[in-house]
Design a protein around this ligand. Structure first.
Ligand code: F6P
Length: 582
């Protein structure tokens, strides 16, 4: 949180109680605006209120529920009042949120450090829509790739496209990491037990290989046979060390058995770098492209996700998924802010983190099929908004981004919920599904498995919000020495999101909801959510270690001082090399 100040900046008075933006909307850094200051002032009022009392007000609850095309979102367990909402909407206005969103949807180069447009929304637009990047409509390009995926996946699935020995390719290994892995993995998990999708996947396997760890290679290939396996190398840049090493390893696994020519039938690629795809030995005809205006972590609706998933579930299912994402993009683009679910989620995240000082968020799907959703959102969120400077390179006078973590309920309850209930303040996002993909109900049980899961969903959000005080504990006869241990302060915020079911369409909605919520946060904080310079240093250092380690290995020598490592790293590398040689 920034320190309190009443100073003026560029001639605009900073007032503590402004409910509407005052003065010209101009280049005032967001943290020095009256709207920002009004929210800081407002924290005092909010800290004096308890959710236990706020939740008794039905009108407040009604005012804090939003619905869109089957999605039901309840914000009433946030530490907010109507005034908070209005102040946050004022901040959005001051931050020029609408014009920043419009710039994104219009294909402007809003990723300023890489001079790129940010148009993952174009990946899910219907054929007849148009969106221009540098004067060219990109929707036909998107559909050209989608048509190619449809054609290819149907040929593979029908057995028209055969492997080198004439056998159908029933299994797929998708090699990629980060955004070229987490999104497709999340969607695969989400669709695996959807009845319609499950039928489409009958007799087929989809494996992912991300980690360069040889154990991950062994797991991915375990039980597969080169003759019936199709390998997809997924890398936006086609330079990522882990992916390229894994691709070479798996190519060797294939060619050792089937010969070099087998690559043509057994390996395809997804990339923006078709030149490197060809140099690797994959026919560019067997490459599925995307564009620099698709960020890696926003690429699951490009060929990155659609190709492996269409091979597994059929192209039609993936079209449903794309429609779900498009539905939310339209809602985000068009709905007024007070009705706009991704905008409100983004604003409330800023309220919790920047103004109330809560540095993490738990994403808690009460749905096993969404078990990989928290990991995917962890990357999209933390790589996007974990930044230290504004779009103009000015140091931020506040902390942007939150630490995202999560596990499916009820597993999380038996893991980290203790801290969430009685330790640190962690805003939670509960995600529940009304109709499960599977039904299990044993005769004689009180409720079905799914009802039991959802009983926990409803109970946990109230336990966090309402808590349990010492008077109640005493009335229950709890011995005095245990009262401090058994007290729950409550007043812990959460948002509840209910999906009617978990079909591919709903999965697409959920994905776009979070993508757009994260964009909202970046726009308000005025940071570039679409670059990721913070991951570069580690890559450079790894490359230096790789070179030195190679030299040490080939010359059977230990790392010495002249190799330029600090004593700690030198000693550890030597211990590692010595251990290898034993
Ligand atoms: O580690 C950062 C990152 O650049 C991610 O943003 C990206 O999704 C991932 O690496 C993989 O990159 P690529 O698709 O180019 O292999």
């Amino acid at each position: 949180m920034v320190g309190h100040t009443d100073t003026t900046h560029e001639g605009v008075a900073v007032s503590g109680n402004a409910l509407r933006p005052q003065g010209p909307i101009m280049k005032l850094p967001i943290a020095y605006t009256p709207e920002w200051n009004a929210l800081r002032e407002h924290t005092k009022e909010i800290e004096s209120l308890h959710l236990r009392d706020l939740l008794l007000d039905e009108e407040r609850t009604d005012n804090l529920i939003r619905e869109h095309n089957g999605l039901y979102v309840d914000f009433s367990r946030q530490n907010i009042t109507e005034v908070t909402m209005q102040l946050l909407l004022n901040l959005a206005e001051r931050a020029k949120l609408r014009s920043k969103m419009n710039a994104m949807f219009a294909g402007e180069h809003i990723n300023n450090t890489e001079d790129r447009a940010v148009l993952h929304a174009a990946l899910r637009m219907p054929r007849d829509e148009a969106v221009y990047v540098d004067g060219a409509n990109v929707v036909p390009d998107v559909w050209e790739v989608l048509d190619k995926i449809k054609d290819f996946s149907e040929r593979v699935r029908s057995g028209e496209w055969l492997g080198a020995t004439g056998k159908p390719l029933t299994d797929v290994v998708a090699i990629g990491i980060g955004g070229s892995y987490l999104g497709p993995l999340f969607i695969h998990n989400a669709m695996q037990y959807d009845e319609g999708s499950k039928n489409e996947a009958r007799g087929r396997k989809l494996r992912f290989l991300a980690n360069v760890d040889p154990v991950d290679v062994a797991k991915a290939l375990n039980g597969l046979h080169p003759e019936t396996t199709l390998v997809i190398v997924i890398s936006k840049t086609f330079t990522t060390t882990e992916t390229m090493l894994n691709a070479r390893t798996v190519r060797t696994w294939l060619t050792a058995e089937l010969g070099q020519e087998a690559v043509a039938k057994h390996m395809v690629a997804v990339s923006t770098n078709l030149k490197l795809v060809e140099e690797f030995g994959i026919d560019p005809q067997n490459a599925f492209g995307f564009w620099d205006w698709v960020g890696g972590r926003y690429s699951v609706t490009s060929a990155v996700g659609i190709l492996p998933l269409a091979l597994q579930y059929g192209f039609e299912k993936m079209e449903e998924f794309l429609k779900g994402a498009h539905d939310i993009d339209c809602h985000y683009r068009d709905a007024p802010f007070q009705e706009n679910i991704p905008v409100l989620m983004g604003l409330l995240s800023i309220w919790n983190s920047t103004f109330l000082g809560r540095s993490s968020v738990a994403v808690l799907p009460y749905c096993q099929a969404l078990s990989k959703f928290p990991s995917h959102i962890q990357q999209v969120h933390m790589e996007s908004v974990g930044k230290q400077v504004s779009v103009d390179g000015e140091p931020l006078p506040f902390k942007a981004g939150e630490i995202i973590f999560g596990e499916p309920g009820t597993n999380g309850q038996h893991s980290f919920y203790q801290l969430i209930h009685q330790g640190r303040m962690v805003p939670c996002e509960f995600i529940g599904v009304v109709k499960s993909q599977q039904s299990v109900y044993l005769k004689g049980e009180l409720v079905s498995n799914h009802d039991e899961l959802m009983c926990n969903f409803f109970a946990q959000e109230d336990a966090l919000a309402i808590g349990k005080d010492s008077a109640t504990l005493r009335a229950e006869g709890v011995p005095e020495h245990l009262i401090p241990h058994k007290t729950f302060s409550g007043n812990r915020p959460s948002t509840s999101l209910l999906l009617p079911s978990l079909t591919p369409f709903r999965v697409g909605q959920l994905l776009a909801l979070y993508e757009n919520r994260i964009a909202t946060q970046g726009f308000i904080w005025n940071i570039n959510s679409f670059d990721q310079w913070g991951v570069e240093l580690g890559k450079v250092l790894a490359s230096r270690v790789r070179t030195i380690m190679h030299t040490a290995r080939t010359r059977s020598r230990r790392i010495n001082i002249t190799d330029g490592f600090n004593p700690s790293t030198r000693k550890m590398i030597n211990r590692y090399l010595d251990g290898k040689n034993q």
